[in-house]
Design a binder for this molecule. Structure first.
Ligand SMILES: C[S@@+](CC[C@H](N)C(=O)[O-])C[C@H]1O[C@@H](n2cnc3c(N)ncnc32)[C@H](O)[C@@H]1O
Length: 428
């Protein structure tokens, strides 16, 4: 039976046709902000960039063979898939589908009905079929495989206890803390965990009680709050991972608009997990800041103080790669799309990875993160030089500098604070 309101109206996200409910407005090509108007459980177009990056990361794991031995399949779970856009995009846009076993789960039968009907109405066309492995506790796995996606209606925590996966996506409403323990246990010996958190008030330090309760951390609402938010979430994941003898290696950690999104490689290793505290500390405000093991003065944390990107993987997240994988081809385009829609959609996909590959090297090692506005104040200059000028000044002094994918203008550098101030004062 078709879900109520079917087929709604059709939108293209990446290369995948999605069905929006009739009351949902046609998205702009650069949607921002939370899903308030679209309704819970239904497609939030503002999350399209996060889904595009997820397609790119999983495609990269297959293309560059960094997750499973060559020729082995990757079991990928979208544990809270709602209307199934992410698993449908994994299925449609990632090459070498024979190496993927995609499972899509949600509690909401209405959202799942839309997901399955959307998938059925927009077949991938490669006749991929597979049989799910039995769960740990039953001879058969629940759910149904349709056109290469295994759909399950149930509680995510229950499912993650029943079966191991090499890739798990957690995209809940608000905080992910209630799902982290089961997801970390469900990850095989090596696997990727992708986590979205929309409880940014807690992670950024304005909702202090929730921050302490959920993350055991305190924040400061200044220009470092977005970087703090990603690091506080990473620190929480590292702590829970260590409880299960696992270590984390961040691949991509971003604050994007109204949410935090981190993707980490988890590895089972008692030795490495025992060292988890080595990458945990506090950010001490000291003009500009430093990380310390001890909380002192004005501080935020505890948080992850290690690298937040993987240089190679994030370094391959270029605009060219995003376009080649995720930009709609002629056969994908909705009938009512004109040249302007196509152009806007391309630009949106490019924006999805803006500054990521350029900043990958710096963000995968020790660096200083600088907010441009604050640099102007600290350097005592009326007019702040352009990023381009600061970059060439720092490079002339023998350092690296890259703009970061952040809500405000920020850059990372391996230069020391004095050099940064001098460059800001002298760059013209
Ligand atoms: C923010 S939405 C997911 C959005 C989706 N990932 C996307 O990209 O469109 C959160 C989803 O979690 C589901 N959910 C909440 N608690 C759950 C649980 N314990 N098990 C499974 N699904 C759950 C809700 O039904 C809702 O669809």
């Amino acid at each position: 039976m078709e879900p109520e309101g079917w087929p709604g109206h059709i939108w293209l996200e990446g290369r995948t046709s999605v069905h929006l409910r009739n009351h949902q407005p046609k998205p702009s090509h650069m949607p921002r902000g939370p899903a308030a108007k679209t309704g819970e459980g239904f497609l939030n177009p503002a999350m399209a960039p996060a889904r595009t990056r997820s397609v790119m990361l999983l495609a990269d794991a297959i293309e560059h063979g960094w997750l499973v031995p060559e020729g082995k399949t990757i079991r990928a779970l979208d544990a809270l898939c709602a209307t199934g856009v992410r698993p449908r995009r994994w299925r449609k846009e990632i090459p070498s589908q024979e190496l993927l076993r995609i499972t899509a789960n949600d509690l909401d039968s209405d959202a799942l009905a839309w997901a399955r009907q959307s998938h059925k109405s927009n077949p991938v066309g490669d006749n991929l079929e597979w049989v799910p492995e039995p769960s740990r506790f039953a001879r058969e796995q629940e759910g149904v495989v349709e056109d290469g996606i295994h759909w399950i209606e149930g509680d995510a925590n229950k499912l993650m206890i029943q079966a191991p996966f090499q890739w798990i996506d957690l995209d809940p409403f608000g905080s992910p803390v209630g799902f982290l323990d089961a997801a970390i246990q469900a990850i095989s010996r090596v696997g990727v965990l992708e986590v979205t958190a929309t409880d940014t008030a807690a992670l950024c330090g304005s909702a202090k009680t929730s921050a302490v309760r959920r993350y055991g951390a305190v924040g400061i609402t200044d220009s470092y709050m977005h970087d703090d938010a990603t690091r506080i979430l990473l620190g929480t994941i590292a702590r829970i991972a260590a409880m299960h003898d696992k270590s984390i290696h961040p691949i991509l950690s971003l604050f994007d608009g109204h949410h935090v999104r981190v993707s980490v490689l988890l590895k089972r290793s008692k030795e490495e997990a025992s060292d988890w505290r080595e990458s945990i500390g506090y950010r001490i405000r000291s003009n500009p800041y430093h990380f310390s093991k001890q909380a002192e003065g004005e501080f935020s944390g505890p948080m992850w103080t290690g690298p937040i990107f993987d240089a190679n993987i994030a370094g391959r997240m270029t605009a060219e790669k995003a376009i080649s994988l995720c930009s709609g081809k002629d056969e994908d385009l909705p009938e009512d799309w004109d040249d302007i829609d196509i152009e806007h959609s391309k630009r949106e996909i490019e924006r999805t990875v803006r500054h990521i590959s350029e900043s990958a090297e710096l963000l995968s090692q020790d660096h200083l993160l600088i907010a441009v506005d604050e640099l102007g104040i600290a350097a005592g200059i009326g007019q702040i030089p352009s990023m381009k000028k600061i970059k060439s000044g720092l490079e002339d002094a023998g350092f690296k500098m890259a703009r970061c994918h952040m809500p405000e203008a920020m850059f990372a550098t391996n230069a020391d604070w004095q050099t940064i101030l001098e460059v800001a004062r002298s760059a013209k």
